[in-house]
Design a protein around this ligand. Sequence first.
Ligand SMILES: CC(=O)/C=C/C=C(C)/C=C/C1=C(C)CCCC1(C)C
Ligand SMILES: CC(/C=C/C=O)=C\C=C\C=O
Ligand SMILES: [Fe+2]
Length: 544
Amino acid sequence: AVPGRLANQGQGKRAVAQPLAASAVTEAAPPAPVVAPPARPVDTPRRRGGRGGGGELVAWKSIRQERWEGALEVDGELPLWLDGTYLRNGPGLWNLGDYGFRHLFDGYATLVRISFRRGRATGAHRQIESEAYKAARARGRPLLREFSHCPAPANLLDRLGNLVGLVTGAALTDNPNSAVLPLGDGRVMCLTETTKSSVLIDPDTLETLERFRYTDRLGGMVQSAHPIVTESEFLTLLPDLARPGHLVVRMEAGSNERKAIGRVDCRGGPAPGWVHSFPITEHYVVVPEMPLRYCAKNLLRAEPTPLYKFEWHLESGSYMHVMCKASGKIVASVEVPPFVTFHFINAYEETDEEGRVTAIIADCCEHNANTAILDKLRLHNLRSSAGQDVLPDARVGRLRIPLDGSPFGELETALDPEEHGRGMDMCSINPAHVGREYRYAYACGARRPCNFPNTLTKVDLVEKTAKNWHEEGSVPSEPFFVPRPGAVEEDDGVAISMVSAKDGSGYALVLDGKTFEEVARAKFPYGLPYGLHCCWVPRNRNSK
Ligand SMILES: CC(=O)/C=C/C=C(C)/C=C/C1=C(C)CCCC1(C)C
Ligand SMILES: CC(/C=C/C=O)=C\C=C\C=O
Ligand SMILES: [Fe+2]
């Protein structure tokens, strides 16, 4: 156990964690050791990034110690119904000794937990112990291929080894730094886009339990970073880089065996479009095919290109495919205007008066068909261009896929992007509306000038307006919507975001889902690096 764990629980709202470590603050390219022993009490918690601030933004700096746990100081009133655990995953460690990663997505996975109960909050963070992370710590440098990083071959033998490692998957990372998902059976998975990154963690201790072994023979070294999980199933896409297409697969809750629902052949080439996420509707799985495609040549390169492992093939077209979940049949495959997205927000079926499905609507955080966002997420850019207006424009892109056999779909802007400052990514919705008609999306937006999304935004897709939260100089992460138990209205709940503040401090911000006003903030005794995706585990799912 971590020293001081839960030591302050029950001491009242203003209780402050004892196990406050000076080394828990973050610092760019820290000399060494990056990973200190578990939390230890220290005397100067308010130095850089302490609760009182006085430091500088730590969003893009490596976490300084492997783990910490303690009570959080709460400002405001946490709703009493908020009873459970918020988990956030993301790259939090980009430096090892003298070595520094290049890209936001390269960092080793850091989990953050906040447990809410009876108006109080305890927090924790812990590194995920992937093989990639453990090997990098042992050797002082990364040994596996991360999003942008590729270990440089020293000689011809290395080069050959790299090639074999790529074919077998041995050279690819298992660093699961994107999503964290409660499976229908209670297990909690973290993952990124390499299949071998799927890992099970304990949502209470944040311990890395074991690699998730898929017991089927479907193979596939690459997967979507965002499977769609319900109480009964887990749906994901496995891109086929050899024969451009995607396998759509399903795994029942409680099982480790994926079963193929069907296959989508790509219409453009020379490789499948990059799929970071995809949406579903009640009856269909939607498979996107963007002109930003995987690229075997770039995969082999030691030095990254501005598009990393991908290539832009505008000439090959953009498509949306729709597969029936029950039969695996493709019911639509339409060409659409070019688009670039990491994250689909949601999709739903449009019906006529007789209840026949006439079209699929699929919404995404769309980067105006501009791949520049990928390179803007290079750490050097994030660290050096604060305050400059260099964040490329983004919008809510609404794709309409007709099911009447027409060859073309449409892409429109769902609301004036000025409503959310032309920034739009890291979205969540009320989980009861996944695959169904919905009205509200919560996401990160922009207050310009900025080099990264710096607001939280609640988008009303019916009124075509947005409500925005902003605190000067701070970087908030994905606002994760948690519905109030028993709620009827779609926006009855809260949105939780972890904020890295301008003064180096960090806190979990709880916003009212309707008014989008601050309800409370639970302050960590140190600032935390930026993180990507979150989930909510209600108390009855993780009580011990
Ligand atoms: C963090 C995030 O959003 C995306 C991470 C993507 C990763 C780690 C992709 C890794 C890959 C390789 C290491 C080789 C094969 C291709 C690809 C899946 C892009
Ligand atoms: C953080 C991000 C984009 C921000 C720009 O608007 C994308 C993250 C993608 C992976 O999860
Ligand atoms: Fe993502």
